[in-house]
Design a binder for this molecule. Structure first.
Ligand code: ADP
Length: 162
């Protein structure tokens, strides 16, 4: 039986930390779907289609991973896909409280779905989409945080020349 895992998030945009977690998940599961949420409280910089396109390009080298978007409640989407595993990344203690609450809420809504936490390489443990955007907006160097085409997209979005 092939085991499918879903790695959900807003990925606005995908960073090297996300990619690291996805790579780890792809070595543990037969198939991994990076699932990009339409609904997010975070007022995204990129549209869902842009986030999907940027992520697709970035994960091309990971053969058993693909990108999808979803609109519904996460546990409903996971169950519709026939998956039983949600992957989340844990960077530091600061992530824990929110992730813990969300994992238990999801378990309450769908008891057969398990959330599995993976930690990125330690050099990515301080990396976030939010901070990458703030640095890009002020013209800082983000080349070690995101893939080159994502760096380009961010620079363009903030009005810097290529
Ligand atoms: P959210 O679902 O809160 O919008 P994101 O799209 O920013 O989150 O990230 C999706 C998942 O990836 C979350 O579990 C988040 O904790 C995790 N994540 C974000 N940045 C990193 C990173 N640098 N290393 C590892 N995991 C990360």
């Amino acid at each position: 039986m092939s085991v499918l895992a879903i790695y959900p998030g807003s990925f606005d945009p995908l960073t090297n930390g996300h990619l690291d977690v996805l790579q780890r998940a792809s070595r543990l599961f037969d198939e991994v779907v990076l699932a990009i949420a339409h609904e997010t409280e975070k007022n995204p910089l990129f549209t869902v289609q842009e986030r999907v396109d940027l992520a697709r390009e970035a994960i091309r080298g990971i053969k058993n991973a693909r990108v999808e978007e979803f609109k519904q409640l996460l546990v409903d989407y996971v169950q519709e896909k026939g998956a039983r595993v949600i992957i989340r990344g844990l960077r530091a203690v600061s992530d824990f409280e929110w992730e813990f609450q969300m994992a238990l809420m999801n378990r309450n809504l769908a008891p057969s779905v398990e959330t599995i936490f993976l930690m990125p390489r330690d050099s990515y443990s301080y990396l976030s989409s939010r901070m990458t955007k703030q640095i890009a907006q002020l013209g800082g160097d983000i080349s070690s945080f995101v893939a080159p085409h994502i760096e380009k997209a961010l620079r363009r979005r903030y009005g810097f020349a290529d």
